[in-house]
Design a protein. Structure first.
Length: 127
């Protein structure tokens, strides 16, 4: 509960109602100019026993040794890139993680720093 200036409790919904009412109006211009979404495949079936495929992207900051933690594991990125921002692309199909340098000063320049082998754990989900 939130306390009003009168000392009476107020709910979070009543406190933030004006803020949440403003958000859709503010985002309306971006929503209208967004590209159309593709329809979800009608013949798609959930298979919890299949290994995941595709790419997952992470933004990470390296530590003092130039290592980054991704998916609970620490990977070497570049000893000359300590405490810096990197983009980690986890390619589950090719079993690799690629680390790219990111800079505010030059956001278009993203050189590859390191590429490491990664295998997704073969733990199965229970249905």
């Amino acid at each position: 509960m939130l306390w009003a200036s009168t000392g009476r409790p107020r709910s979070a919904a009543s406190f933030s109602g004006g803020v949440f009412a403003f958000c859709p109006r503010r985002a309306a211009a971006r929503i209208e100019t967004a590209p159309p979404r593709r329809p979800f495949p009608k013949d798609w079936k959930l298979n919890l026993q299949a290994l995941p495929e595709g790419c997952i992207f992470f933004l990470r900051r390296t530590d003092a040794k130039g290592q980054a933690t991704v998916l609970g594991h620490r990977f070497p990125v570049d000893a000359n890139w300590p405490h810096r921002l990197v983009r980690a692309e986890v390619d589950l199909t090719r079993k690799r993680i690629r680390f790219y340098a990111l800079r505010r000063r030059d956001p278009a320049y993203q050189p590859l720093l390191n590429e490491v082998h990664y295998e997704f754990p073969k733990r199965r989900f229970h249905e």
